[in-house]
Ligand binder design. Structure first.
Ligand SMILES: Nc1ncnc2c1ncn2[C@@H]1O[C@H](COP(=O)(O)OP(=O)(O)OP(=O)(O)O)[C@@H](O)[C@H]1O
Ligand SMILES: [Mg+2]
Length: 590
């Protein structure tokens, strides 16, 4: 909460609190008026408490008319005060919701890549959304309502005790204590329900996500029943907690209503039962009950809000813990540091990029994915990594891109180890087409000029990247050219078209270091050759790492490393690969 801007506090202090106080004063007026009105209806003489205000010295009928008029006016004013109060509460809640969601996103986006390896990304987004919503619904709005309700309740109670005296105070105290006892019973159940609610909601949306992403497999494997029943099962358990979480906060209030009514009459009648003073019964009882009932009518909404808010906040505390976890994430010093130090040109090596005895173990894994990897990438060369699936090629690429920090060993630029505070400079030299790239649900242009504001986009560079990625013909055929929308993750494109778009994105950045992780696997040989050839033009002296299986791709590389089980087992040129005597040739058996 420390991170909230000061203007939020100002909204609270200068808008919500004043309107609550105005509402409270109006309520005091209404209670006092109703007491007088009831009194005047049973013919009681009224003494003015407010000196100089002689309106009540008229006849009883005239008094009643004036009182009714005042009553009506105050009711209108009260309603307006209420509208403004609620408006400020809702807008402040929305502002704080936005503050918190911004805070969470800013923290998350700055986390190092391996944070996302340990967090299940399909559930993380829905969990974050649920948390942010719940903080607004279960914490902020209830707390604001609580404070304003307390102001209103105090005002009405003050009026009530002024008009009706000790009996009223005892009655109010009794009602408050009963409520707290009742709500203490409810809170533990509510807390469990709201915890389960968060958990099941995350499960629910993760499953929904999986279903939508695997729809083709579901059709092919005829596994509709399996997923449907899984969905229904989670829905069933979620339903139980959902209705409890909604109903439970209301239970104490619902029980307290009849309790209040029973006791009002009991307290009001008590003196007459014991004192047998039946003569004044009607003239005293009616104003008392009428005033108390008007007060209760006035008290009910803030009491309802207060009761509901207290129970909600007490039940919702686990939610705030979950959100605080995100807000309290450390600011990472890997990547995203405002780069004051080196420009990409400043950090880029003149001679070579090298990995020296790199070991890497994924978080939570027992085995090393990379074992003592040492490779050398002369600047301007095109190096290939090949090897069986799961051998560690993509992991090497992530180390080279500084997405992952080696468990031990060093990455060096011209022999100098890459420092943590140089990572953002280094990353600005790199582009990649990863094995599982994601396209954004936007236009072709925005996908190529990824992360650029419209005024920053260099259209000539975009066109050059498109031509290097062999996309010119396709884009000319598209209905809106560069502005054509490609659908979620490029749903409207073919596999090869998606891949070429990802290549164009990497080419557009025109960096000096490029990694293509099976980036041409979906392309036909001719297109692939054209793209590899055009790399020479677009990249000028771009140092390129190509991860590939195809001989055609490997033949265009200066040097090849063969990786197996996280180790370099052989290396050589394409000629060596074709030589059955060479270790590289032996294992590949061309
Ligand atoms: N996030 C992860 N957490 C734990 N282990 C991982 C993770 N990612 C990869 N691994 C493991 O690390 C090893 C190397 O994986 P990597 O993705 O680098 O292989 P690869 O050579 O790129 O394979 P492929 O050719 O199939 O893309 C594998 O054994 C894999 O199981
Ligand atoms: Mg891979």
């Amino acid at each position: 909460m420390k991170t909230l801007p000061k203007s939020r506090l100002n909204t609270f202090a200068w808008k919500i609190v004043p309107f609550s106080i105005v509402g409270g004063i109006i309520d005091i007026g209404i209670v006092a008026l109703s007491s007088r009105l009831a009194g005047s209806l049973v013919g009681k003489e009224l003494n003015d408490l407010i000196p100089g205000l002689n309106v009540f010295n008229n006849s009883i009928e005239e008094q009643a008319i004036i009182l009714v008029c005042l009553f009506v006016i105050l009711s209108w004013l009260g309603s307006f005060a209420k509208i403004f109060r609620l408006m400020f509460i809702e807008s402040l809640t929305a502002q704080i919701w936005r503050d918190i969601s911004n805070g969470i996103l800013f923290k998350l986006i700055g986390q190092p890549y391996n944070y996302f390896l340990t967090t299940k990304s399909s559930s993380i987004s829905s969990q974050i959304l649920a948390n942010m919503q719940n903080i607004a619904d279960l914490i902020i709005r209830p707390i604001l309502l609580m404070i304003t309700s307390i102001i209103l309740i105090c005002s009405v109670s003050l009026a009530l005790s002024l008009v009706l005296g000790l009996r009223a105070i005892i009655l109010l105290l009794f009602l408050a204590i009963s409520f707290f006892i009742l709500s203490s019973f409810v809170v533990p159940y509510l807390r469990i329900s709201s915890l389960q609610n968060v958990r099941l909601n995350a499960k629910f949306s993760s499953l929904l996500n999986q279903i939508l992403l695997s729809i083709r497999d579901i059709h092919l494997t005829q596994s509709r029943d399996y997923f449907e029943s899984k969905f229904v099962l989670i829905g069933k358990s979620a339903q139980r907690f959902q209705w409890r979480a909604k109903l439970l906060p209301d239970v104490p209030r619902i029980v307290i209503e009849p309790l209040a009514i029973s006791f009002i009459f009991l307290v009001a009648l008590m003196p007459y039962i014991y004192g047998s003073d039946y003569q004044n019964l009607a003239s005293n009882l009616i104003p008392f009950v009428a005033t108390f009932i008007v007060s209760l009518v006035k008290l009910t909404p803030p009491l309802q809000d207060l009761f509901r808010s207290i129970t909600t906040v007490r039940g919702g505390l686990p939610e705030i813990d979950a959100a605080l976890l995100y807000l309290e994430l450390n600011d990472s010093n890997r990547g995203f540091i405002p780069s004051t130090s080196l420009s990409p040109d400043g950090i880029f090596p003149r001679r070579e990029i090298s990995l020296v005895k790199i070991n890497y173990k994924y978080p939570g894994s027992n085995n090393y994915a990379l074992k003592a990897i040492s490779i050398n990438l002369p600047v301007g060369s095109r190096i290939a990594l090949m090897g069986p699936t799961g051998s560690g090629k993509s992991t090497i690429s992530n180390i080279l891109l500084a997405h992952l920090q080696p468990t031990s060993g060093q990455m060096r630029l011209d022999g100098e180890p890459l420092d943590d505070n140089e990572i953002s400079s280094w990353q600005r030299c790199c582009s990649e087409v990863s094995q599982d790239f994601t396209l954004i649900d936007s236009s072709v242009l925005e996908n190529i000029a990824f992360g650029c504001r419209p005024d920053e986009v260099d259209l000539d560079d975009v066109l050059e990247a498109i031509s290097a990625a062999q996309l010119t013909d396709l884009i000319e055929e598209m209905p809106y050219g560069l502005n054509t929308l490609i659908g979620e993750n490029g749903l409207n494109l073919s596999g090869g078209q998606r891949q070429r778009l990802a290549l164009a994105r990497a080419f557009y950045r025109n960096t000096k270091f490029l990694i293509l992780d099976e980036a041409t696997s979906a392309l036909d040989q001719k297109t692939e050759t054209e793209i590899i050839n055009s790399l020479k033009i677009i990249g000028r002296r771009c140092t390129t790492v190509v991860i590939a299986h195809r001989l055609n791709t490997l033949s265009k590389c200066d040097f090849i490393y063969e990786i197996k089980d996280g180790e370099v087992i052989s290396s050589g040129t394409y000629q060596d690969l074709c030589n059955p005597e060479h270790p590289l040739g032996i294992s590949v058996k061309v």
